[in-house]
Design a protein around this ligand. Structure first.
Ligand SMILES: CC(=O)SCCNC(=O)CCNC(=O)[C@H](O)C(C)(C)COP(=O)(O)OP(=O)(O)OC[C@H]1O[C@@H](n2cnc3c(N)ncnc32)[C@H](O)[C@@H]1OP(=O)(O)O
Length: 407
């Protein structure tokens, strides 16, 4: 196979059976996605946002060697601005064609498009942590998997005489949950805002995606909701929280009070923000065990000055940021000046006072990592300690970013 045997183009309707079969193999599914799951994915994107690569060199005719696609998504930035951006997804290269540059070829094609469309950012959820840094993505949002032993979990606050939490009917869920999520997404950096087509897919709660577990149960509160499934593991029932969305501290406590009271399910599992206050609300901080901390979303800054100006900051700050971008050459030196939370960023020839790779900028941008952590790892340089501390303070966010949507 040579490069000339490879044809890269946009997908058409006729490509989808091959795409579904290829992704099932690449992502090690036992069964390929069924017709409903395929329709759900296709309802969220256009075929012109799907790249396919065919190899015409083999003895059996043209075969699909690679596929990559992106959703047009919206993300909340620190300060509340919502940014429209491409979310890269369903990337796969056939096991017969790996490590020959097909992923690089597809990503280059998509970045050409995103730059033409003046995208400032791109995001993804990564199958492996070693693939995407070379393309300028940095891990930006994290979540912790918690397993809570209900025999030990007791809230410090005594039960109130009244709680507004209720199990919701399907109709109530469709009416209430999207607005609650939208209110929550406005307040949380890193939150992915959901359009109607995403909700349609979530509410469909397809049998295939349940993986042998129950349908979703929804608890609603005027300021939040939680959804969970029941699973049977080793003869024991377990409640697996699918989503937990609380707009106020009271809603957080009220919803957890119900989940912690699911008497016949001794364990509740949930993916929660790394700074979630739940352990501090319990009498026994060992009731939740953190079983994993995972990178949940990666951020790629494509247009550095536009990105720097799009978020708000915690402190006034001046620096010359030198950012390297080996994949796209969009780096350079930028005079960053922050006053009253707002930044201006302009190209400059002045000497750098801070240097980092674009992937590191992606990691500190939403507040998921601190600048001081990358400096300690020798991956961010600052001219002196004061500059580093000022940078660190300026990029701090009130809460850790949480994306809340896997794609
Ligand atoms: C956003 C998402 O969709 S995440 C899902 C990604 N897909 C999967 O994990 C499915 C299974 N895996 C695959 O399909 C393939 O192995 C892919 C897509 C990860 C890689 O495709 P390939 O065509 O083999 O990658 P390609 O040859 O273009 O490699 C590009 C670079 O990435 C590196 N790379 C590729 N795969 C990996 C990996 N799994 N781990 C570390 N580095 C990798 C290559 O070494 C190469 O590095 P270089 O250009 O800096 O020298």
């Amino acid at each position: 196979m040579t490069d000339t045997d490879l044809t890269l183009r946009r997908a058409t309707d006729a490509d989808w059976p091959a795409i579904i079969a290829a992704d099932a193999r690449a992502f090690a599914f036992i069964h390929p996605l069924d017709a409903e799951a395929e329709a759900d994915i296709r309802s969220k994107l256009r075929d012109s946002d799907v790249v396919v690569v065919y190899d015409d060199s083999g003895p059996h005719g043209s075969v699909l060697a690679g596929v990559a696609m992106f959703y047009r998504m919206t993300l909340t930035l620190p300060g509340g601005t919502r940014a429209d951006l491409p979310g890269l997804s369903w990337v796969s290269v056939a096991a017969t064609h790996r490590r020959r540059g097909i992923l690089r070829m597809m990503i280059t094609e998509l970045f050409d498009q995103w730059e033409r469309e003046e995208s400032v950012f791109s995001i993804l959820t990564a199958s492996e942590a070693t693939i995407y840094e070379r393309f300028g993505y940095g891990p930006a949002c994290f979540e912790q998997s918690a397993s809570i032993d209900l025999t030990k979990a007791e809230l410090r606050d005594p039960p109130p005489s009244y709680s507004p939490v209720r199990f919701a009917t399907d109709e109530q869920v469709r009416e209430l949950v999207p607005d609650l999520h939208d209110r929550w997404a406005s307040m949380n950096p890193g939150a992915i805002v959901r359009s109607r087509v995403w909700w349609n897919m979530i509410f469909a709660d397809r049998e295939m995606l349940r993986d042998g577990r129950s349908a979703l149960h929804y608890l609603v509160h005027p300021d939040g909701y939680a959804s969970y499934r029941i699973n049977h593991v080793d003869g024991e029932s377990r409640a697996e929280v699918s989503e937990f969305v609380a707009i106020t501290d009271t809603a957080h406590t009220d919803l957890w009070r119900v989940l912690l009271g699911l008497d016949l399910t001794p364990t509740v599992t949930a993916s929660i923000p790394v700074d979630d206050p739940l352990p501090m609300k319990l009498t026994n901080l060992r009731a939740p065990t953190v079983t994993a901390i995972k990178d949940s979303m990666w951020l790629r800054i494509i247009d550095i000055p536009a990105a720097l100006e799009a978020r708000t900051y915690s402190e006034d700050f001046d620096a010359v940021l030198e950012v390297t971008d080996t994949f796209r050459g969009n780096g350079g030196r930028f005079a960053l000046s922050v006053r009253d939370g707002q930044a201006t960023a302009t190209p400059t020839e002045e000497p750098a006072t801070v240097r980092m790779d674009v992937s590191v900028l992606g990691s500190i941008y939403l507040g998921g990592y601190r600048a001081t952590e990358f400096a300690a790892a020798d991956r961010l340089w600052a001219a002196d300690h004061t500059t580093l501390c000022d940078l660190d303070q300026a990029f701090l966010t009130d809460r850790k970013p949480f994306s809340g949507t896997f794609f």
